[in-house]
Design a protein around this ligand. Structure first.
Ligand code: ADP
Ligand code: MG
Length: 600
């Protein structure tokens, strides 16, 4: 075969394949152009999932008659002229080929009127070079109308999904752009339905609430943070409104939506222990960062970026969210109406594994923690009430101290040896004694281990346990961690481990150390998590806390009840156990009043 220069329209069509994969991409390009033109109002219309018609109309600065043809030619742009410009682009699109590409695969009409001018002009292109500029009529601004998208690229057309799917993607694109551009009004019409009507607003958070759903307003916490050279702001949903999918998570970098594994991981970390695995919190974050500290041209659609210091951004995002969540009472409300607990956090998803990203798809160290529940356990002997807990007998505060929220002298009622009922300023708290104690112990262990290894008690007679070979290997791999939590253990044969020191914490809580270590090693093997020591440590401390905590069925004395609830106030994230299930539910006073027919 001889080498041939491809005709320009074919080159365009090939380029189009990269820029416009589907109708939603077209919408994105057109809306970004409108924003670049300073539009204050943008109207988007789609019919037939975008296949039949896409129209984007704006009130921006328009395109002068003599530039209309240029706008449709490839590599023509008014936005950059040099390489320096490329480094510091503030505009949305700047490849200078969107219109040309779209025109090559559709029937396109570009109509525009420059504000202040009396005349509107129009040009058409039907899959080939544009025709002549013709006079037209219309208001100031620009309207781009695309019909029969992909009419001349049947393969691409076949690749499209059903109308509702394509529409959902279009809607997604418009919503995302609208989030980042609150000063511009947007409408979206799908077929005959006006699905979005967003007025321009001054406060960007109002736009976010409008898009996330006004009914969620009370569940959205403001995020405001500065650090790592970045400003991070936005809204973070309470754990109650976490969802089975991550659809309500949006991250913007300097106004552009991005997808970033490290940031997603930071987000999960921030909510760790507040939502059950398989649920995804609602979070919309805007990160403003000096453009020189990030490369946005990694990926043609610019959704992936490369941070100069990704670790610092990760940390900043986590801190931003944690700080926001910390300032908020996260106890979910018991909805008496339906008789079920406020759903989101409590309903464990039926299949958690399916929703989770596969660990192999994640960068090392970013794989999510395993779903793990150290369920109702195997304490050596049932603990009787009197011997229960040095832990809970330990005084926490002067007896007359007013613990925020709960007065120490309030009566606490234990019911069914499982739940605690207590008054708080907003109503009645129902507390799961095991879940709360587990969270409290967990936080205390985390706190303690931060400064020094956990306290160890030497055994007069070493305890020897029989394990499998994998566990021996795990012991070598996890030696540091095992030592840090208070064990002194070493292999003394292919299947035996000798334990000569054990965590005092476990002893004090009547947990048999031998089986505990065996389980820990089995867990380490099974998860192969030695590469993420922090996550593993957190799991192990949780395992200790869970085994050591009071169980359903343990009867508690008044002092122990008071102690437990007082410590609830002292630890962070007391609203949920380390697995993310709630420790407490609130029946609001107002709800009781309403149900009992009291007006106030
Ligand atoms: P780019 O946006 O990368 O410059 P496009 O092909 O998207 O390339 O657009 C080409 C040019 O057409 C833009 O640079 C701009 O000057 C002009 N243009 C496109 N859409 C609009 C619009 N809605 N309002 C005003 N000018 C526009
Ligand atoms: Mg463009």
């Amino acid at each position: 075969m001889t080498i041939k220069q491809l005709p320009q329209d074919l080159v365009n069509r090939i380029a189009a394949g990269e820029v416009v994969e589907r109708p939603a991409n077209v919408v994105k390009e057109l809306v970004e152009n409108a924003l670049d033109a300073g539009a204050r109002r943008i109207e988007v219309t789609s019919e037939g999932g975008g296949r039949e018609l896409l129209r984007v109309t704006d009130d921006g600065r328009g395109i002068p008659r003599e530039e209309l043809l240029l706008a449709l030619s490839p590599h023509a742009t008014s936005k950059i002229a040099s390489l320096e410009d490329l480094e510091s682009v503030a505009t949305m699109g700047f490849r200078g080929e969107a219109l040309a590409s779209i025109a090559s695969v559709s029937m396109l009409r570009l109509r525009s009127r420059v504000p202040g001018s009396e005349e509107a002009w129009m040009v058409r292109a039907d899959g080939g070079p544009p025709g002549a500029v013709e006079p037209a009529a219309g208001p100031p601004g620009t309207s781009v109308e695309i019909r029969s998208l992909f009419f001349n690229t049947p393969a691409r057309r076949k690749f499209l999904k059903t109308d509702p799917t394509e529409q959902a993607r279009i809607s997604e694109v418009v919503q995302t752009i609208a989030m980042a551009n609150p000063a511009c009004a947007f409408t979206l019409t799908l077929g005959t339905r006006r699905t979005l009507e967003l007025p321009a607003v001054d406060d960007p958070r109002r736009r976010l609430v409008a898009l996330l759903g006004a009914e969620l307003a009370d569940e959205l916490i403001e995020v405001d943070f500065e650090g790592a050279g970045a400003t991070i702001w936005g809204l973070a949903g309470t754990p109650e409104i976490a969802r089975p999918t991550a659809k309500r998570q949006r991250i913007f970098l300097n106004g552009r939506p991005i997808q970033d594994k490290a940031i997603q991981h930071a987000l999960r970390e921030a909510y760790r222990g507040l939502v059950v695995p398989g649920r995804h919190p609602t979070v919309v974050l805007f990160i403003e960062l000096d453009p020189r500290l990030v490369d946005v041209n990694v990926h043609p659609t610019k959704t992936e970026v490369r941070f100069r210091d990704s670790g610092a951004i990760h940390q900043a995002v986590r801190h931003a969210l944690r700080a926001a969540l910390k300032g908020r009472d996260l106890v979910p409300t018991l909805e008496l109406e339906t008789g079920s607990a406020a759903s989101a956090t409590t309903a464990a998803p039926s299949s958690t594994a399916g929703d989770r990203p596969s660990p192999s798809a994640m960068p090392p160290g970013l794989a999510p923690g395993p779903v793990r529940d150290f369920g109702p356990t195997d304490r050596a002997r049932p603990v009787e009430y009197q011997r229960l807990a040095e832990d809970l007998a330990r005084p926490v505060a002067p007896a007359d101290a007013l613990v925020p929220g709960i007065r120490r002298d309030h009566r606490i009622l234990q019911v069914h040896a499982k739940y605690l009922l207590v008054e708080d300023p907003d109503g009645v708290l129902v507390v799961d004694q095991h879940a709360l104690h587990e969270r409290v112990l967990f936080e205390e262990l985390v706190e303690r281990i931060r400064s020094a290894p956990l306290e160890r008690q030497a055994l007069l007679m070493p305890d020897v346990i029989e394990v499998d070979e994998a566990a021996i290997e795990a012991l070598e791999l996890l030696a540091e961690l095992v030592g840090r939590i208070g064990f002194d253990a070493r292999p003394i044969g292919p299947r035996s481990i000798s334990i000569s020191g054990v965590p005092s914490f476990l002893l004090s809580r009547n947990v048999e150390p031998g089986p505990f270590l065996a389980e820990l090693l089995g867990f380490g093997v099974e998860q192969g998590r030695a590469d993420d020591p922090e996550a593993l440590l957190s799991e192990v401390l949780d395992m200790m806390a869970c085994k050591a905590a009071v169980k359903a069925g343990d009867r508690l004395g008044d002092a122990e009840l008071a102690n437990l609830l007082a410590r609830r106030e002292a630890v962070e994230r007391s609203s949920n156990c380390p697995h993310g299930r709630p420790t407490s539910l609130r029946i609001p006073l107002a709800e009781l009043d309403r149900r009992f027919g009291r007006s106030s």
